[in-house]
Design a protein around this ligand. Structure first.
Ligand code: PMP
Length: 384
């Protein structure tokens, strides 16, 4: 790899679209441009592309069409909102308790804030003093008055993996009427998962985190779950998500899933090797590793002591190395999530999130470590 190539270590924020995936989108835009609701051949061909993508996503989640629906959305923000408001509206008339965690993405966190304003009792489970969210604590938060629990699989800021499968299994066994929703955005096509293992009634995923374009996501909704739609209109997608389906985006998403699903284990091992290599290199130069060893290998949260996150971020950017100062969604606004995970206060201003892809190489990490090391020497003089 040449030195002037950019080193992109912000794959938890978004990813580069794969060539085959953008070709799929162009094919659907230029050749299969019919409206999937049209009765003629071009419409039917467009409908087939949607069916192909549904099949890919169902297979990646280990489900069949007998078990539930795949609904396409504009992304996981819409998916999470649809799941949370959809359940609350349909099932929350009498059962007014809803449960989530304090480490969710804002698209979940803020949906729950709104439910609270509407009179729901919101229970937010926090990590314990070791920074762990236990299955027990999630289970204990639910009671017979609970219509929904929503918790993420892998945290977007540090890769922490929540014990969703165990928690949701216990909850469904004891409270079969409580619906379980999992935001799988940072887990889908990254860590091995299945709907069955998660015991989730609703799963949300997003295309742009897995080398498909921005603006496309999907939800798995288990048979029998009735979601009140966020938007009403032409009744497409079983009325759960009206609006003409964006066939090029859907087809591109399906292509990305098919390609990635074929070598998930291989990519996982690569991410693990890169993650371990990064931990070793960066701790060797005095950076503090914040992500636990059992976190997703795709995300590594570190702190560079005494250097503000944004100062380091821009220093690295000048060297064509792209990282995040935490969650990209918050743009400058500091997140409460690291403190929730018990990151010591002295590091809270100095967090850098590195997130990897199948393209990340050890030589990328060597270049990163060298740059961080130079930054630590130079920037310390001008800090704060
Ligand atoms: N949930 C998680 C865990 C995320 O990381 C993100 C993206 N930052 C979202 C939801 C929102 O996804 P989208 O950008 O597709 O709306």
């Amino acid at each position: 790899m040449s030195d002037n190539r950019c080193i992109y270590l912000d794959n938890a924020a978004t990813t580069k679209v794969m060539d085959e995936v953008s070709e799929a989108a162009v094919y659907a835009m230029t050749e299969v441009y019919g409206n999937p609701s049209s009765l003629h051949r071009l419409g039917i061909d467009a409908e087939r592309l949607i069916a192909y993508s549904k099949k890919q996503i169902m297979s990646a989640l280990g489900v069949t069409s007998e078990q539930g629906e795949i609904i396409f959305t504009s992304g996981a923000t819409e998916g999470n909102n649809t799941a949370i408001f959809g359940i609350a509206e349909t099932y929350g008339k009498r059962r007014k308790r809803v449960v989530t965690t304090t480490v969710e993405h804002p698209s979940v966190e803020k949906a729950f804030n709104r439910l609270e304003e509407k009179g729901f009792e919101v229970v937010r489970v926090s990590p314990d003093e070791n920074g762990e969210i236990t299955a027990e604590s999630l289970f204990e938060a639910v009671n017979e008055n609970t219509c929904l629990i929503s918790a993420m699989l892998a945290n977007n800021e540090n890769g922490y993996i929540l014990p969703i499968g165990e928690a949701f299994q216990r909850i469904k066994k004891r409270y079969p009427d409580c619906f379980t929703h999992c935001d799988c955005v940072q887990g889908f096509e990254k860590i091995p998962l299945s709907q069955k293992k998660l015991n989730a009634d609703i799963i949300t995923v997003s295309g742009h985190k897995i080398h498909a374009p921005k603006g496309i996501g999907a939800m798995f909704i288990k048979k029998g779950v009735r979601l009140s739609p966020l938007m009403v209109g032409g009744g497409q997608q079983k009325g759960i998500r009206s609006g003409t389906e964006p066939v090029p985006m859907i087809y591109a998403f399906g292509k990305a899933v098919e390609i990635l699903n074929a070598n998930l284990a291989e990519r996982y091992n690569h991410a693990t090797e890169i993650n371990n290599y990064t931990r070793e290199k960066l701790s060797g130069i005095g950076a503090v590793i914040l992500s636990g060893v059992s976190a997703s290998p795709y995300v590594l949260s570190i702190a560079v002591p005494n250097i503000k996150s944004e100062t380091m971020l821009h220093f690295l950017e000048e060297k064509n190395i792209f990282v995040s100062s935490g969650s990209a969604c918050s743009k400058g606004k500091t997140s409460d999530v690291p403190a929730e995970f018990r990151v010591p206060e002295k590091y809270l201003d100095s967090i850098i999130r590195l997130s990897f892809s199948y393209e990340t190489s050890e030589s990328d990490i060597d270049t990163l470590a060298e740059a961080v090391s130079i930054g630590m020497k130079n920037l310390a003089k001008i800090r704060k």
